[in-house]
Design a protein around this ligand. Structure first.
Ligand code: ZN
Length: 309
């Protein structure tokens, strides 16, 4: 059975060393090695569990309506705080990264400071939009709403980097088209991850200009060097982005790249790779397709939620 001790009429900001002393069973050496280094197994606003380094005992603390309840697994008499409960309280009172979970004054100060980065410092209740977490022995204030973004120079820089990064491989010296061949664009899905792949191929041509075996994968960067037309440069650069696309989010640059490919300034034929026929790109697994942008743009409706537009 856990012994429980309750401190009545107490709130977070009122927690102090003298209160612990007043309720402790015996004098405690707070300077002992490791005394102030307890790590909570779980901590959230007004509630925490600490397990002592030896694995025993576990102490639970909960603050509710000016009642601070502490329970401990040891069998000490319940008239006073046992040494474990006292040690937990000393840690809570004197270490701000733990105290912030119980002291709403301290917590609101820190949240208001963090809220300034989000333009919410003057919101009536900034605490409604943030939560506190313990990470690597530090209390971290995080937005409670996943989409809430800070508006600092750093975060804008990071966002811009993510959206408009154009870093690509260095361009080698220019190459020229071989005569008597057909160049074409092949659209296909990644075998496992289903990402969109767009590749440039060269094939021998039949008399009537159709592609025939064998097909050779070309590196678009090899041709960029020799081009002057900005539309053609955009076209080949865009293909490089889809040769080895990364999974996950599509960026604004991806959309611009797709538009540059669809513009097709060299009027190259497009083919879709039918992986049901063969997982390899071959004449038999390619289906001619026509690509174009949607005539009627897709519209997106955005509804405002609370103070966020
Ligand atoms: Zn105890």
């Amino acid at each position: 059975m856990a012994n429980e001790y309750v401190l009545e009429g107490i709130d977070g900001p009122g927690l102090s060393n003298s209160i612990i002393l007043k309720h402790s069973a015996a004098a405690i050496d707070t300077g002992a090695k490791g005394f102030m280094e307890l790590v909570p197994g779980h901590i959230t606003v007004n509630e925490a569990t600490f397990i002592f380094p030896e694995g025993f005992p576990a102490v639970r603390v909960a603050l509710q309506e000016q009642r601070l309840r502490l329970s401990c697994q040891c069998n000490a008499a319940a008239e006073r705080l046992c040494q474990h409960q006292a040690q937990v309280l000393y840690n809570l009172v004197n270490r701000n990264e733990l105290r912030i979970f119980f002291d709403d004054k301290l917590r609101n100060e820190r949240i208001r400071k963090a809220a300034a980065d989000y333009g919410l410092e003057n919101a009536p209740e900034p605490a409604a939009y943030f939560q506190v977490e313990l990470q690597n022995k530090k209390a971290v204030i995080r937005p409670a709403i996943p989409g809430l973004l800070p508006i600092t120079r750093d975060s804008f820089g990071a966002l811009q980097e993510a959206l408009f990064s154009n870093a690509g491989p260095a361009l080698p010296r220019g190459a020229a088209w071989s005569p008597d061949t057909v160049r074409c664009i092949v659209i296909r899905q990644h075998k496992y991850y289903k990402h969109l792949h767009i590749e440039l191929y060269e094939a021998a041509a039949t008399k009537d200009g159709k592609i025939k075996h064998p097909l050779t994968l070309l590196q678009p960067v090899d041709y960029i060097w020799a081009l002057d037309d900005p539309r053609q440069i955009r076209f080949f650069t865009a293909i490089t982005r889809f040769q080895q696309p990364e999974g996950g989010k599509r960026t604004a640059t991806d959309i611009e790249s797709l538009q540059a490919i669809i513009a097709n300034p060299l009027q190259l034929p497009f083919y879709y790779h039918n992986s049901d026929v063969s997982e390899h790109v071959s004449v038999s697994s390619l289906v001619p397709v026509r690509v174009s942008a949607l005539k009627h743009p897709i519209s997106l409706t955005v509804t405002s939620a609370g103070p966020f537009l």
